[in-house]
Ligand binder design. Structure first.
Ligand code: SF4
Length: 244
């Protein structure tokens, strides 16, 4: 049986697994009956903000550890880099293989933006403003936390790729074959192969317990070799991330 311990987050005690798997480091693993698991939400609800209350949705990677302000390698080299963070689990499929071990469980300071029409309206404004600020193009990392949460939301990105030629997007999705949202994502990748690379978790990207278990290509950001470099959206082989 997995040992557990009680920890306090946001004034409440939570029961979490006590490093249940050898080699998984300090990643917080929530128990299946934890409210954040049952209610499909973040462990840190006070860090979810309405888009109207946020200074910006698209945040420069400049001040974010391991992201960096610009793409450093590959065909997008030099493009300014921004990130979008949504609420983990609330926007994700329950089939995600990291549902209880989501890296968001360790990201107590990240600002998550509440999903919905208000977010989508503001995204359009910010993407149009970015196009004017960066005539040579810009890249958006979708989603540091969270996922494509509806067909309409995925179609919004598809429409923005059509309307804003400088927009480049990359990231990972846990939406798998058979999910109607995944169909839109696949269409985006196919229609804009030079500007849209959304890879599928568990297929194109894998989570491994330790670097020693690597069988493909380990993300060089995780080994401290570089900031966000573009490897994961320019190679055909799966990229691996260590669960830490
Ligand atoms: S899809 Fe990503 S953000 Fe969502 S629960 Fe899974 S690991 Fe976390």
């Amino acid at each position: 049986m997995t040992a557990t311990r009680k920890v306090e987050y946001g004034g409440h005690l939570h029961r979490i697994a006590n490093k249940p798997v050898k080699g998984t480091g300090a990643r917080v693993t929530l128990m299946p009956d934890h409210p954040a698991i049952r209610e499909a939400r973040t462990l840190f609800p006070s860090r979810v903000v309405h888009p109207d209350d946020s200074p910006r949705l698209l945040v420069s990677g400049f001040n974010q550890r391991k992201i960096g302000g610009k793409v450093t390698k590959g065909r997008w080299k030099g493009l300014p880099l921004y990130t979008l963070t949504l609420e983990e689990r609330a926007t994700c499929p329950r089939s995600c293989g990291e549902w209880t071990t989501c890296y968001g469980n360790n990201m107590n300071w990240s600002r998550r933006h509440a999903a919905g029409l208000d977010l989508e309206a503001r995204l359009i404004d910010e993407v149009v403003a970015m196009e004017q600020r960066h005539p040579g193009g810009f890249a958006v990392r979708l989603h540091v936390l969270g996922d494509f949460y509806s067909v309409a939301y995925a179609r919004l990105w598809q429409d923005m790729l059509a309307e804003v030629p400088g927009l480049h997007v990359f990231g990972f999705t846990a939406r798998q074959v058979g999910d109607p949202i995944a169909r839109v994502i696949r269409a985006m990748n196919a229609e804009y192969p030079d500007r849209c690379v959304i890879r599928t978790s568990g297929v194109d990207s894998l989570v491994i317990a330790s670097p020693a278990g690597s069988e493909h290509v380990l993300c060089p950001v995780q080994t401290g070799k570089t900031d966000c470099c573009g490897l994961c959206w320019t190679m055909d082989r799966p990229v691996e991330f260590v669960r830490h």
